[in-house]
Design a binder for this molecule. Structure first.
Ligand SMILES: Cc1cc2nc3c(=O)[nH]c(=O)nc-3n(C[C@H](O)[C@H](O)[C@H](O)COP(=O)(O)OP(=O)(O)OC[C@H]3O[C@@H](n4cnc5c(N)ncnc54)[C@H](O)[C@@H]3O)c2cc1C
Length: 440
């Protein structure tokens, strides 16, 4: 049996970052596919570069900005976000809650009046009950009705009443009254939210980021085309589908937590399987669209809250970073979420063309579109079910006692971003190297 100080599951950004930050310390990365990068890989076709929908790098932490600058000393770009909402047949600025200018007057009135009413109601304790209550408590009925509820119902495939709300404070902008009023009577030029600007490799797509980080690690520490089939958390032994067993001191997992729980053997297995069965996730079907000419609107990405349109978001790679398409051409991504396997490619294409035409991004699909490819991300958006906190507390206690560290968006079973995957890897490596991280 092989012995390893640290076994890392998954070679996406979180796994690679862990390996990078562990440096020369004894470790092995197990990856089911034949390449590193996970969701941060880019596809190249006919001179176009497509990421797995928009993957724009928001770097709030200095150490991550420094790492990115070190990897891309003179070939990185920083881009100011140009984001819109498309609803009621018009474009408004992001975020919806503080930019209702341009919507029909009755809609603006409902949004502003609802916000004022919510502001007056100082008891915010109900916001903790669920995502719907959070929207009602902090944004009010009008904004909930015209954006938050329909948009998030599409994105997560469940009504916000079915979702916990702990993540909202970080990710959903809470405007002030003066911002809401100013944004109702004029289109102000201000940037709100955690992602007002972002970083990106000058060439090659977002896939260059994990690729360069991977190149700074030792390729001999990776085992590709292998996956775990059982995890004995008490004896700290993992069995691989190659039949091999590996004994570890620390296990760092970036694979979907639901899958890891299903692999647990021993006395905790029944509880782990019960928790895994409660965990739900929305899959993302997306279209890569190559245009014969530039997109008919200069915006970066667009939120589509209305139920009458199937996709929840549209973006333009080439508007954001022109080298992602050949000169004089444009490229788009269109996103749609669903649960489980998806068999409606033709319908998604038709509906996307209808939406893009209504938005003025294309005029005539025959004339404007070169090719469309359908792709699917099986694990896209974690749905924060009601038992989420209780389950996560049990997992954290158990895994904490058995040297298991969860990293990355799916490993931790949460909503976060590429930057968090990098930070998770760094912090976990630090813990391991400093001898913390659970008794043996
Ligand atoms: C639609 C969408 C848009 C996004 N947009 C952005 C954005 O604009 N900006 C941003 O910062 N973030 C964005 N994200 C989030 C970002 O993709 C993630 O935060 C980040 O890629 C997570 O990296 P990771 O290494 O944790 O996971 P992953 O990239 O999923 O890597 C996990 C790795 O584990 C491997 N694996 C899985 N199961 C097994 C198994 N059983 N055995 C062995 N290996 C396994 C996978 O093959 C993969 O390589 C977006 C996510 C989605 C879904």
């Amino acid at each position: 049996m092989r012995e390893k100080g640290t076994l890392i599951l998954g070679a996406g950004l979180a796994g690679i970052s862990t390996a990078y930050h562990l440096g020369g310390s004894d470790h092995l990365v197990i990856e089911k596919s034949d390449h590193p990068g996970g969701l941060c890989t880019s596809e190249h076709k006919g001179g176009f570069t497509f990421d797995q929908t928009g993957h724009w790098l928001h770097l709030a932490r200095e150490e991550n900005r420094a790492l990115f600058a070190d990897l891309f000393p003179d070939d990185r770009v920083r881009i100011e976000r140009k984001t819109h909402i498309f609803s009621h047949g018009v474009y408004t600025l992001y975020p919806f809650q503080s930019n209702t200018y341009g919507l029909p007057p009755q809609v603006v009135r409902e949004c502003v009046a609802g916000f004022v009413k919510a502001l007056r109601d100082t008891d915010k304790s109900r916001a903790r009950e669920n995502f719907h209550e959070w929207c009602m408590a902090y944004l009010g009925e009008g904004i909930a009705k015209h954006f938050m509820i329909p948009y998030n119902s599409k994105l997560y495939t469940v009504h916000p009443k079915e979702m916990a709300s702990h993540w909202c404070d970080r990710y959903v902008p809470k405007p002030t009254l003066s911002e809401v009023i100013e944004g109702a009577v004029t289109a102000p030029d201000r940037k709100v939210g955690y992602n007002a600007s972002f970083h990106y490799p000058a060439r090659g797509g977002i896939g260059e980021f994990p690729k360069r980080l991977f190149e700074r690690t030792d390729a001999a520490n990776y085992l590709f085309n292998a996956r775990p089939t059982a995890v004995d958390i008490e004896r700290r032994i993992i069995t691989l589908d190659t039949g091999e067993q590996v004994r570890y001191r620390h296990l760092v997992s970036s694979i979907p937590l639901r899958d890891l729980l299903d692999l647990v053997t021993g006395p905790f297995a029944p509880t782990a399987k019960e928790m895994a069965a409660r965990m739900q996730i929305a899959s993302v079907s997306y279209l890569n669209i190559a245009l014969k000419r530039p997109a008919g609107h200069p915006g970066h990405w667009f939120y589509i809250p209305e139920e009458g349109f199937m996709p929840y978001r549209v973006g333009s790679f080439s508007n954001i970073h022109p080298p992602l398409a050949p000169a004089g051409r444009g490229s788009l991504y269109v996103e749609y979420t669903h649960r489980g396997p998806f068999s409606g490619t033709d319908k998604l294409m038709e509906e996307s063309i209808r939406l893009l035409t209504a938005m003025g991004i294309i005029v005539d699909d025959e004339e404007d579109i070169d090719f469309i490819d359908h792709r699917c991300i099986e694990n896209g958006y974690v749905i924060f079910h009601r038992e989420y906190f209780d389950d996560m507390a049990v997992v954290s206690d158990l895994f904490g006692r058995h040297g298991i560290h969860l990293v990355g968006r799916y490993g931790r079973w949460t909503y976060n971003a590429m930057e968090d995957a990098v930070s998770d890897g760094r912090e976990t490596a630090k813990k391991i190297l400093s001898g913390q991280g659970g008794p043996l």
